[in-house]
Ligand binder design. Structure first.
Ligand code: AMP
Length: 230
């Protein structure tokens, strides 16, 4: 049996987090919990949370910590995540969220926090060409479109450019990332949970690197053999 995993994946927007989280969730047979996807679903179905979130998301701003962590807390308490774990994508974004997450998981803890390191110039290029399915969130790009006329290969939904992938919102999100989320790297480093891997190369290369560091961690839980891994 494949053992599950409790993993957080960090990285700038466009670092390939979404793609790698989907792959790792298949590999470890655990749910991919993406706060961005959950919030977009709430916006689409106009729930009270979605109505509150919409404008802030369109402006590329972070939502209040408590709002997001309540949603995450409910999700990670469901039976599938309790039984096997999760790949958490897009959360935590602030140290306050990381603290709340650690509290929610007690007496357990995360297995690992994976930081996908990609240069900003590459991230900007990827975000400008990114396209997503409005229904299932599958990722495409201008150079890797769906097979038929911007119709999702997975679910048949419409494939579009996200409203927060405009040049203005992208630069705001990257600036926010530097200011608020990058300190998380330091925080998780101090808590001996962080491993940084290059997010460059093919998706297969990055997944193979990720699986290697996760397995390394499993075989020696107290010790991180490679905090910088290439
Ligand atoms: P993402 O798809 O992860 O880039 O998230 C899209 C948007 O959802 C972000 O720009 C924020 O407005 C909001 N969001 C997602 N996750 C969080 C989080 N952990 N904390 C605050 N806001 C979030």
């Amino acid at each position: 049996m494949v053992p599950g995993v409790r993993l957080v994946v960090l990285g700038k927007q466009g670092a390939g987090k979404g793609t790698q989280c989907v792959r790792l969730s298949h590999h470890y047979v655990v749910p991919h919990v993406s706060t961005g996807d959950m919030l977009r679903a709430a916006v689409k179905s106009k729930t009270p949370l979605g109505l509150r979130a919409r404008e802030m998301m369109d402006r590329g701003e972070l939502l209040p910590d408590d709002l997001v962590m309540e949603m995450v807390g409910e999700r990670i308490n469901e039976s599938d995540t309790r039984a096997r774990g999760f790949i958490l994508d897009g959360c935590p974004r602030t140290i306050a969220q990381a603290e709340q997450l650690a509290e929610m998981l007690r007496p357990d803890r995360l297995d690992l926090v994976l930081d996908l390191d990609v240069p900003t110039s590459l991230v900007l290029e990827r975000l400008a060409s990114r396209r997503v399915c409005v229904d299932c969130g599958a990722n495409y790009s201008v150079t890797n479109p769906p097979m038929i006329n911007w119709t999702c290969d997975v679910c048949g939904g419409q494939v579009i450019q996200r409203e927060d992938d405009t040049a203005e919102a992208i630069s705001r999100r990257l600036e926010l990332y530097e200011r608020q989320t990058a300190p998380l790297i330091e925080w998780y480093h101090k808590h001996k949970l962080l491993v940084t891997i290059p997010g460059t190369g093919s998706p297969d290369d990055v997944t193979a690197r990720a699986v290697r560091v996760i397995e390394e961690r499993r075989s020696a839980p107290g010790i991180l053999k490679s905090e910088e891994f290439s």
